[in-house]
Ligand binder design. Structure first.
Ligand code: CO
Length: 140
C-alpha cells in the first residue's frame, strides 16, 4: 500500500539552528524558507535531498502538538516518517480496518505539501509516528 518515503519529520526548538546543522555539518545546499502553518501549530522548513526530504518542524503557538515532544526531547529529534499513498481515504479506512488508531478526527488535513495527510498512532506502528500523505498529482 505505501509508496515512496516522502520525508522524515524532525522536531527542533529552532529551525534556524537546525538549518545551520544540515547546511554546515552535512553540506545540504537546498533548504526552503521557514514558513508558518498555524492550523497545524508548526513552523516548517524542508531540507531537499536527492531522494527525499527532511521536514524540520518547530512549535508555532501555545497549542502546538510539538511542545510535548520537545519537553521529552529538549534538543529535538526524529519525530515522524511520511510515506506516500495513492488515496488517503482508502488508506485511512484500511488502517482503521486493521485496528490502527488514526489521530485527531481522522479527517485528512492539508499537509505542508498541499495534499491531504493523516497520522497513525505510534502505538500501532512499533513506536514510530507514521504520516500518510496523498501523492501530489503529477508527481509521478
Ligand atoms: Co510530515
Amino acid at each position: 500500500m505505501i509508496g515512496k518515503l516522502n520525508h522524515v519529520g524532525v522536531a527542533t526548538p529552532s529551525i534556524e539552528a537546525s538549518v545551520a546543522l544540515y547546511r554546515d555539518m552535512l553540506g545540504a545546499t537546498s533548504i526552503t524558507e521557514k514558513r508558518a502553518m498555524p492550523e497545524q501549530g508548526v513552523w516548517v522548513a524542508f531540507v531537499n535531498l536527492p531522494n527525499s526530504q527532511i521536514e524540520l518542524i518547530e512549535p508555532y503557538g501555545e497549542a502546538s502538538p510539538i511542545h510535548g515532544f520537545l519537553k521529552k526531547n529538549p534538543a529535538g529529534g526524529q519525530h515522524h516518517v511520511c510515506f506516500e499513498v495513492e488515496d488517503i481515504i482508502a488508506a485511512r479506512d484500511e488502517m482503521r480496518a486493521k485496528g490502527a488508531t488514526v489521530l485527531g478526527t481522522g479527517e485528512p488535513r492539508i499537509g505542508a505539501h498541499g495534499t491531504p495527510v493523516i497520522f497513525v498512532h505510534p502505538k500501532d506502528m512499533g513506536g514510530v509516528l507514521v504520516e500518510l500523505m496523498e501523492t501530489p498529482k503529477g508527481a509521478h
